[in-house]
Design a binder for this molecule. Sequence first.
Ligand code: SAH
Length: 354
Amino acid sequence: MNALEEMIRRRIVQDGPMSVSEFMALALGHPQHGYYMKQDPFGTGGDFTTAPEISQMFGEMIGAWIADAWMKCGSPERFILLECGPGRGTLMADILRAAKGAPGFHDAADVHLMETSPVLREKQKETLSGHAALWHETLDSVPDDAPLFVIGNEFFDALPVQQFVYQSGRWYERRIGLESDALSFVACDAPAPEMAGLPAPQDGDIYEHSPLSRSIMNALSGRIARHGGAMLFIDYGYDHDAYGDTLQAVKAHQFAPVLDDIGDCDLTVHVDFAALQRAASDAGLSCYGPVGQGDFLRALGIDVRAHMLQQKASEAQQKGIQDALERLTSHDAMGQLFRVFAACGSGVSLEGFA
Ligand code: SAH
């Protein structure tokens, strides 16, 4: 048993069963033992590989998308370019390189990164060493006085959710307790949140609710509604309101039991895009998608970009580019499972959602 599990057990003994959201927040974000706080988990030697780490083409397409959105908003001469949960900083580096093609973009962009992990923040500083950028733990310190263009890849899936389970005609909160000295899920009396747009529940249905995702989405949407700009979020998740337990643990590219090796596995949930969309449209934004990542990247011209890169490449590199293209876009890889959602102030029409 590791130190974080011991701490969680002590808390449960003291205070009773722990909500799934508190468990996730500790497993991922505990200052000493949290998964993201102590290591760089990405890549083949790590636990999982994300789209920007697969190929530069991903960030280049997004860079072109942001530059286009910025121009459609009238090329404001100063704007906030914010990335949420930037990992190794690869996506932002590729975006900034690709956006050099848009005259004035670099001079106008104030680059901000919202990141809780000190280890990853250091990594991002290395990756972005040629650029002026500022780091933030939360949105509160990010300036709120200019148009906001915000992106996030696999950001919302790392934010804690509460779970509720429907049993014998009513909702209980699903928490983590101790049964015969083992950590296990238990149903507890607790008020359930409002559930919009869902069918009548059946016994055993689980509802996930992420107060942190909601509040971040509300805040970002409010800023874009006031100052202009756009947002783009890519993640795996579901487009319509649905029930289900989506909490999963991954270690060394394999699924792992959620309650084992706490703080040493990545924990994620599927993103509730319907909830994100509601927050954006409640703030008055126009919403786009979710569409599959494959369709989005193809609409932005990733096939042409791959072809261009292949022309200057060795045979082995050409194959690498082709493999990366397949992984990012094909239906049996990331192309369909990963969803792209965007929103912007009214009167602007965003690319990639044909
Ligand atoms: N976007 C990157 C990393 C995805 S992993 C990529 O695609 O490779 C999730 C990222 O979100 C990590 O950088 C993690 O440290 C960060 N993160 C997790 N919770 C966060 C929070 N509450 N606020 C800001 N960043 C957070």
